[in-house]
Each structure stands twice: as structure tokens, then as C-alpha cells.
Design a binder for this molecule. Structure first.
Ligand code: NAD
Ligand code: ZN
Length: 267
């Protein structure tokens, strides 16, 4: 074992680890990253498809392209399975070495592999919620699959809009139309998830920043908050990122490659 690996292993063995994850950890599960070459966002302009105003505009003016976007993105989420890196974090939690995961991802993969303490600061694509009274429901993959199946077949604009609104449904408590649980660009981060993130960071000794470019704010401010508190920062990313400047350990590897190398030393 080289010196850097030795130091990293002893750091991780001290426990009180928090993970801060971005799209890169799910890249090996087949979900394209935001800025990656094969990114969905090369095809669908995020200033339209990842904002509430844009989606409302599409619903009225261009339901067919909104439909294509919904079908394409949910097919990606539905086909994805957690990879070695997701399972490694679950293992660290089971061993009481990891306090929690703060994720920018909306793909549900941490929960799907059994991790318990997860703060989803950008929401969850499987969740739908009432923005008046906060009632929420998590749809099963099966429910989403059958919605996508129906939507895909539909040719009439009117029936597409009707199908989307029917699937969203209404709040059983206050009758308001339910909305996607995804936090779109320009929307506030969910207060509870943010509070939980700070709780994790306030107890942390080590922060693993995994697969994030560190350019999406306010999320990207969390590693800086940790750094100021003296938390050791480990950046795991095969490419350069904004967070490199605060890294105590810079690991230029894919997430699963890193964990395959490190996990055997953690017992
Ligand atoms: P990003 O796309 O801006 O950056 C991804 C980073 O991951 C890059 O720096 C890249 O070099 C790195 N990377 C690629 N493959 C990797 C691997 N195998 N292992 C480790 N690192 C790898 O992602 P971001 O910083 O999370 O910001 C994008 C925003 O878009 C997020 O806020 C997120 O909400 C959203 N998003 C989510 C998903 C998802 O849920 N899986 C996917 C795409 C985008
Ligand atoms: Zn409600």
C-alpha cells in the first residue's frame, strides 16, 4: 500500500465520515452526468427543461417535447441499478463509520441499496408532493413504468397533458395539484434536507466529495462549510473539479474504482 492510501485508510478508519455526492457516482449506473458528453442536457436545454417556468411553458406550448423528455429521463432512472460505490457507502454506514450521505442526485439509488441516512438536497424523481401542506408520496418503479408506457404511446397533445396531470394527481389533504419532488434550477433547497446536511457536517471528521463538479450552487457551498470547520476533504473524481482547491486528498479515480481499492482495508 502506498503512503497516500495508507493515510486515507487510517483517516476513514477513524469514522465520522460524511459523503457529498454528485452525478458522477451514478455515472457507472448508466445515468449521464450533467455536463458529460452523452448528457441528456446536450439534447434538452436545462434552462427550459430543468426550470419550473420552462416546464409550464412546454406543457402549454410543446407537450410532445415535454413528453419525450419525461419518457427519456425516467427510462434512464428506471433502468439504473446502484453500483459498487453506492453499496460501499451503505457498507460504511453499516459499520458505523459513515454518518450520512448528502446527495445532489435525484435518482433514488442510495435508498435503493439500503442506505438509511440520506439527505436529498435536490429532491427525488420518484417523489411527488404538495407545495402547500407538504404532503408527499413516493411512487413505485412499477407505477412510473406504467405511466411512461402509456405516455409513450400517446400521440394527441391534449391527451398527453391530461395524462401527465392525472398521474400527478391531487393532494388528499388540501386538494392542490401535486408537483414533482425534484428541485429544479432556481427553486429553494428543501429546508429539512438542508438542516440534516448541516447536522451531518457538524459531526463529521472526513467529507468524501464523490463525483461532483462543484459548480451547482447553493449545494456546492456545503464542502466549503465543512472545510472551514476543519473537516478533512477527500475529492474523488477522475477529472478536475472546482472542489480540488479545498481537497486534503485528491483521488483521480472513478468512484467504484476507488472503493474497490479501499474497502478491503476497512475490514
Ligand atoms: P456534474 O454533472 O456537474 O458533475 C459530475 C462530475 O462527476 C464531474 O466532475 C465528472 O468528472 C465526475 N465523474 C464522472 N464519472 C465519474 C465516476 N465514475 N466517478 C466519480 N466521478 C465521476 O454533476 P453535479 O456536480 O452533481 O451537478 C449536476 C446537477 O444535476 C446536480 O445538482 C444533480 O441534481 C443533477 N443531476 C442528477 C443526476 C442523478 O440524479 N444521477 C444526473 C445528472 C444531473
Ligand atoms: Zn396539500
Amino acid at each position: 500500500m502506498d503512503e497516500k492510501t495508507k493515510n486515507l485508510v487510517s483517516l476513514l478508519k477513524r469514522g465520522r465520515i460524511v459523503a457529498f455526492c454528485g452525478a458522477g457516482i451514478s455515472a457507472e449506473s448508466g445515468i449521464p452526468t450533467f455536463r458529460g458528453e452523452d448528457g441528456l442536457w446536450k439534447k434538452y436545454d436545462p434552462t427550459v427543461y430543468a426550470t419550473v417556468e420552462g416546464i409550464v411553458y412546454l406543457l402549454i406550448k410543446s407537450p410532445l417535447s415535454l413528453r419525450d423528455f419525461i419518457v427519456e429521463s425516467y427510462q434512464i432512472f428506471l433502468n439504473a441499478q446502484p453500483n459498487f460505490a453506492h453499496y460501499a457507502l451503505k457498507k460504511l454506514e453499516d459499520k458505523n463509520l459513515l454518518i450520512g450521505i448528502i446527495t445532489q442526485n435525484i435518482d433514488d439509488l442510495h435508498f435503493r441499496c439500503g442506505s438509511k441516512n440520506v439527505a436529498e438536497i435536490h429532491g427525488n424523481a420518484f417523489e411527488f408532493l404538495c407545495r402547500r401542506c407538504n404532503w408527499r408520496i413516493k411512487r413505485t418503479p412499477k407505477e412510473l413504468e406504467s405511466f411512461i408506457y402509456q405516455l409513450k404511446k400517446e400521440k394527441s397533445k391534449w391527451r398527453i397533458v391530461k395524462g401527465i396531470l392525472k398521474f400527478l394527481g391531487r393532494c388528499p389533504q388540501c386538494n392542490r395539484r401535486l408537483e414533482s419532488g425534484i428541485v429544479f434550477f432556481g427553486q429553494q433547497l428543501p429546508q429539512k434536507e438542508l438542516e440534516r446536511s448541516y447536522q451531518y457536517l457538524n459531526q463529521a471528521k472526513t467529507l468524501l466529495c464523490i463525483g461532483t463538479s462543484g459548480v451547482v450552487y447553493p449545494a456546492a457551498s456545503l464542502p466549503y462549510y465543512a472545510k472551514e470547520r476543519g473537516v478533512k476533504i477527500v475529492v474523488i473524481n477522475p477529472e478536475a473539479s472546482e472542489l480540488d482547491e479545498i481537497a486534503d486528498y485528491l483521488v483521480r479515480e472513478e468512484a467504484s474504482q476507488f472503493f474497490r481499492r479501499i474497502i478491503p482495508f476497512l475490514g
